[in-house]
Design a protein around this ligand. Sequence first.
Ligand code: BV8
Ligand code: ZN
Length: 249
Amino acid sequence: MKIPQTIIEKTANAKHIAVLTGAGVSAESGIKTFRDPDGLWAKLNPAELASIDGFMANPKMVWEWYQHRREIIASCRPNPGHYALSELAKIVPKLTLITQNVDRLHQQAGSEGVVELHGNIIENHCFRCRAPFAEAVDLTLSEPPLCPKCGGQIRPSVVWFGENLPEGAMEAAEEAAAQCDVFFSIGTSAEVYPAANLPIFAKRSGAFVVEVNPRRTAISSYLDATVELASGEALPLLLDGVKKLKGII
Ligand code: BV8
Ligand code: ZN
């Protein structure tokens, strides 16, 4: 399947493109998604592992799970989908990249100004006083370190279920969704809120909304176009099409 010319033309002529990515964009880098049949939540309970209550009930288990995921992510590299988004941002007037991912592979691929809706797995902060924990953490550490300021337990700086998103992140994402001409929803099941509201909000604001996902999702039928391909395959094809239209290759 090629990329429909309409999508290439709208992308090449857009003044402002907004992109929302989810775990599917990192799948081809070797990082498991959450809700695919072989995903993280297939065997584990998100309420126990990605929630405040879960951490309070069993800080060691939650800490060790994040340490395990950090080890996997540390050995993973951006894939052609990440690089294509970073390249696309350089040849269009404006591209706002919004991600639910916590692996920072977009940044490793050169994307700048990434709006991280769900925090990141690399950094840590104190569960009690929320002070950033700047010390390097040995990935073999099996207990959460203690905060030098208040003695509280240190936790990963991801957004857990039931937690508010980082200050300003959703506002920046909504502003981009409201202003963009083209909105891409890439590699997300669109099941986690408030992120999942963004493609629909963009559509209601008049954007041309495209989903890139090998599977259909809860929002596919509301959107203008769906590209049922893996992002690592679709995004380089999109980039080439836009470059050809702009006479760059
Ligand atoms: C909040 C932590 C205010 C980091 C995550 C009832 C109704 C509506 C909402 C709620 C509700 N009950 C509770 C809520 C709110 C809740 C929520 O949405 N729950 C859902 C499950 C119903 N949301 C929250 O709590 C958020 N906070 O609302 O604050 C508030 C305050 C107090 C009380 C209430 C509300 C916080 C949400 C953040 C949670 N943190 N992760 C971590 O440990 O990683 S969520 C987790 O899901 C990740 O962040 C992930 O990014 C996110 C979304 O998942 P996806 O990225 O979409 O991944 P998924 O596996 O689902 O899908 C992958 C897709 O990729 C698939 O479609 C697949 O087909 C596709 N794919 C696979 N391979 C490829 C591919 N696509 C392209 N290429 C490929 N190669
Ligand atoms: Zn503290």
